[in-house]
Design a protein around this ligand. Structure first.
Ligand code: HEC
Ligand code: HEC
Length: 342
């Protein structure tokens, strides 16, 4: 599969280099797993460059720039001390860690969570209010413009609407059972606790307000409306990116270990986002692993949180077919159709 895509990418890029526009029916494929990200130290001090560099600082050192403990009160925009880059690894360039490379050209785009067409700014604010448990940025704020400029700069050379191999996250092979929390706790103790702490609360950085090892649950973590609080998202992220230094093509965990440790993580307490019942107004578009109701399928919160997901998926598909609902709830993996497991 991988090889077919890269051959296709080479072909499509070849068309571009030859100067002929690809026809509309043809989707350009960009392989982010072989993409060299631009270097932030080459950015100049013109107005756009300054904004890109501020966006980079905001992204990689969020707590010190706009965290809840910064001295300048109006700048306290996030509600926890995470950085965007704690999840969007390598400053938003690591393939299959929800990279920002190319996202500029993927929006506006229909999103089930809002039941409407979202802009890239809406998506930034989605993570501000959920992953960062904070406030939405004003569209004309310097911070929003900086995030936007940073993503524009990272997306240089990626045609709008390209299919991004390495975008979003890579799914796991989903076990057909519920997550085994006992096994998840064992995996956690053996593989994750050394960095994230036995209590899951992480470890603060020696300098500054952020983390050396970010928390996975507790009061300073992402809230229950965040993508990472869904089991299949957390499992996919963990399998292909953790322990730190892991790349998607050389996973350390097995699919079963990732599934169970993700179950263990999502079963802990974290901040609650208000008004979650407003999410996914078309209920059948709710990802099957969303850990909060209401649901249209009759399954319990517990099964939606910890699986097994197969029966829910089958029921949702059936109901969607009956009612003619498009895009019935699949795991939500960023702006791209999720790539199948390796
Ligand atoms: C060697 C240390 C190390 C180990 C071991 C490790 N992590 Fe991480 N993890 C990190 C660091 C550091 C980050 C933040 C990365 C960054 O900012 O570049 C992170 C980020 C994360 C995140 C996203 C950020 C957040 O706060 O939620 C999750 C989820 C995660 N790790 C889960 C796991 C799981 C599950 C395991 C065990 C299978 C694990 N990690 C093992 C160091 C580690
Ligand atoms: C706790 C982990 C986490 C943190 C911290 C986080 N995000 Fe995200 N972000 C995700 C996940 C997971 C997705 C994928 C879709 C989803 O589930 O919402 C995502 C998606 C996005 C997207 C859409 C990407 C796409 O491919 O469509 C943007 C843009 C984004 N995040 C920006 C940010 C910014 C800016 C910050 C910091 C202010 C941030 N994120 C912090 C986890 C995180």
């Amino acid at each position: 599969m991988k090889d077919i895509w890269s051959a296709f990418a080479a072909l499509s890029v070849g068309f571009l280099i030859a100067g002929s526009q690809p026809s509309r029916a043809e989707t350009v494929v960009i392989d982010l797993t072989r993409w060299t990200p631009p270097n932030i130290s080459t950015v100049g001090d013109d107005p756009f460059g300054k904004l890109v560099k501020y966006g980079y600082r905001l992204f990689t050192d969020t707590a010190d720039e706009i965290g809840p403990a910064v001295s300048d009160a109006p700048k306290r925009l996030t509600g926890n001390n995470l950085s965007c880059g704690n999840c969007h690894l390598q400053a938003g360039t690591q393939p299959y860690a929800m990279p920002m490379t190319g996202v500029w050209g993927q929006f506006p785009q229909y999103r089930g969570r809002e039941g409407a067409v979202d802009t890239l700014e809406d998506r930034v604010n989605g993570c501000m209010q959920r992953s960062m448990n904070g406030r939405a940025l004003a569209l004309d704020s310097r911070e929003m413009k900086a995030f936007s400029a940073y993503m524009r700069w990272l997306s240089e050379g990626v045609p709008a609407g390209a299919k991004l191999v390495g975008g979003g996250i890579l799914r796991i092979k989903e076990p057909t059972r519920a997550a085994d929390l006992g096994h998840g706790a064992e995996v956690y103790a053996q593989v994750c606790a050394a960095c994230h702490g036995a209590d899951g609360l992480g470890r603060h950085a020696q300098n500054g307000l952020g983390y050396q090892f970010p928390p996975l649950w507790g009061p300073d973590s992402f809230n229950n409306g965040a993508g990472m609080s869904r089991l299949l998202t957390a499992a996919a992220f963990a399998l292909h990116n953790m322990p730190l230094g892991t790349r998607f093509d050389v996973p350390v965990l097995t699919d079963e270990q990732a599934y169970d440790v993700a179950g263990y993580i999502v079963s802990h307490e974290r901040p609650n986002k208000p008004n979650l019942d407003e999410d996914f107004p078309i209920r059948l578009q709710k990802p099957i692993d969303t850990p909060y109701g209401p649901y249209a399928d009759g399954f319990s919160v517990e099964q939606h949180t910890l699986g097994p997901f197969g029966p829910i998926r089958a029921r949702v598909k059936e109901l969607a077919a009956q009612s003619g609902t498009a895009n019935p709830g699949e795991p939500d993996n960023g702006s791209h159709k999720a790539d199948a497991a390796h």
